[in-house]
Design a protein around this ligand. Structure first.
Ligand code: C2E
Ligand code: MG
Ligand code: MG
Length: 518
């Protein structure tokens, strides 16, 4: 607006100078003063009209441009200039109308980058921003003009493909993955942008914008969880499906009314054959659905904010069980699985400290496990909480090790005592050479940095013997014992080789040791 005022001032000054000049010049050939005044007045009037017209057109053009810019800003993402959520909703609405009218199918993707947070945390937000710009450029190149690529926020994008067959949608998803998997160099650093893409199709998976977006989101999480790259929505994976909704609504009562129970799976020292600890694994004795395993409800507890309550229950139960066993002369530690959400609970440490004090149990009798992938999602925070837990005397373990891609530098700094090798490497290591190599490497790595190793998922004697040869410290698995309730575990400890005698001796005389434990 300032320049318009300047322009008006300049026009006024120019007009004034012109009038004075006209007045002076006309004095040479027009003698009558009123006539000279009249001519100058007409010129001034004409100039004023012309000035007003020019100014009005400049102002109107500028307002139109500003309006266009405001509309663009309101509908586009500032970083990538892609359509934002508002524009996406609008385009989906339009595409749905066309699809209904023409009887066509429509595909909607939700795409999220794996481990983008790590790029931001380790290389800084300016690198993260450049990565997002390059990702959006590549996706737009794959999609072309007629489709919409939108940024929903953070590292989350959406893609709308009108008139798409399922096969075509899958091909596009594969093409996006291929294009993004080509290395991206930012400030000389080679980066990877691995996407997880969830696909929902109209009308098969939903008939309105909200449903389609929610379903694409569910499919995206499924793709991420199972490292699939992309995934087409399926009803059975929807956290909002009837069974899941039912379980979420009942879980709080189940925790309060003690419908949960713990089973304990022994951890056996491979050298001595003695049981040195047991892992507490939660189950839900559901009044109508029967016994439910943790795979059915831990994630629901995490999604619905109930996991802190659940961990409180599990920890309390495990601590008191440990105390009972200590009093009965059964000297084994108990391991409890933590959820990453617990580490973000504001008073988690205080609560645990209080629990130990009330139960009069030493923290060294307890072990806490956190999966490697959970640890990796927020390594710095996990490190802080783990340092506090370690200083209280807890033994700490990284669970499902080998699946979460932790970096060696972090591993050395983490105050953990134990790495638990994921069962996917252990169970078939006697037949699968690659897995045997991985297990051997993890054992060597753990020992080199002074950590103990537990092999999970030991299901037969061959694997146990191989682990013994490789120098693995502890074994856990169905071959030794399935998880069992507290009373059964005590009986098993009395009867089994692992409670009293060397396991090696027992193995020599018992061809079917596994049968004993099932
Ligand atoms: P995890 O902590 O890795 O526990 C080991 C799982 O492997 C248990 O499954 C156990 O029953 C199973 N397993 C043990 N030996 C073998 C074997 O030889 N072969 C095979 N195929 N499986 C074996 P479960 O009890 O179903 O627990 C699954 C997961 O649920 C646990 O994996 C843990 O991540 C989670 N979980 C269990 N209890 C809790 C809990 O109280 N809190 C939290 N946050 N998570 C829990
Ligand atoms: Mg565990
Ligand atoms: Mg595990």
């Amino acid at each position: 607006m300032k320049s318009i005022r300047e322009r008006l001032l300049r026009t006024f000054l120019a007009g004034a100078i012109l009038v004075i000049a006209l007045f002076v010049v006309t004095s040479y050939f027009i003698e009558s003063l009123p006539f000279r005044l009249l001519i100058s007045g007409i010129v001034v009037f004409a100039l004023a009209i012309w000035g007003a017209f020019v100014t009005a057109s400049v102002v109107s053009e500028r307002l139109q441009r500003q309006h266009r810019e405001l509309v663009h800003q309101a509908l586009h993402d500032a970083l990538t200039d892609l359509p934002n959520r508002h524009l996406l909703y609008d385009r989906i609405d339009q595409a749905l109308h066309t699809a209904i009218r023409e009887g066509e199918q429509l595909a909607l993707f939700i795409m999220d980058l794996d481990r983008f947070k790590e790029v931001n945390d380790t290389l800084g937000h300016h690198v993260g921003d450049q990565l997002l710009r390059e990702v959006s450029r590549r996706v737009v190149t794959v999609l072309g003009e007629e489709n919409t690529v939108a940024r929903l926020g953070g590292d989350e994008f959406a893609v709308l493909i009108p008139n798409a067959s399922t096969q075509y949608a899958i091909e596009i998803a594969q093409q996006i993955m291929e294009d993004l998997e080509r290395q991206i160099f930012i400030e000389g650093v080679p980066l990877e942008a691995k996407p997880s893409i969830g696909i929902a199709l109209f009308p098969r998976h939903g008939e309105d914008t909200e449903t389609l977006l929610q379903r694409a989101d569910v499919a995206m999480y499924e793709a991420k969880r199972n490292k699939l790259g992309f995934c087409v929505y399926e009803e059975s994976t929807n956290p909002h499906s009837m069974r899941r909704l039912q379980l979420i609504s009942e879980l709080r009562t189940a925790i309060r009314e003690d419908q949960l129970l713990l089973h304990y799976q022994p951890k056996v020292d491979i050298r001595s054959g003695k049981t040195v600890g047991a892992e507490a694994l939660v189950r839900w004795s559901h009044p109508t659905l029967g016994m439910l395993g943790p795979e059915e409800f831990i994630e629901l507890a995490e999604q619905s904010g109930l996991v802190n309550l659940l961990t409180d229950w599990v920890l309390t139960e495990a601590v008191y069980q440990c105390k009972k066993w200590q009093q009965a002369g059964i000297d084994i530690s108990i391991a409890v699985n933590l959820s990453p959400h617990n580490l973000h609970e504001p008073h988690f440490i205080d609560k645990v400290r209080k629990l130990l004090a009330i139960a009069e149990i030493d923290a060294s009798q307890m072990e806490l496990e956190l999966t490697e992938s959970a640890m990796m999602t927020d390594m710095n925070h996990a490190m802080t909480v783990f340092n506090e837990l370690a200083s209280m005397g807890f033994r700490l373990a990284i669970d499902d090790f080998g699946t979460g891609m932790s970096s060696l530098s972090y591993l050395k700094r983490l105050p953990v005592d134990t790495l638990k090798i994921d069962k996917s490497f252990v169970t078939d290591m006697a037949e699968d050479e690659n897995n045997a190599v991985i297990v051997r490497s993890i054992i060597d790595l753990a020992h080199n940095i002074g950590r103990q190793v537990v092999a999970e998922g030991v299901q037969d004697r061959d694997v146990l013997e191989l682990l013994d040869e490789l120098g693995c410290d502890l074994a856990q698995g169905y071959f030794l014992s399935r998880p069992r309730n507290a009373n059964d575990l005590v009986e098993w400890l009395h009867d089994s080789a692992h409670g009293v005698k060397s396991m090696r001796e027992k193995l020599k005389v018992m061809p079917g040791a596994a049968a004993l434990d099932r």
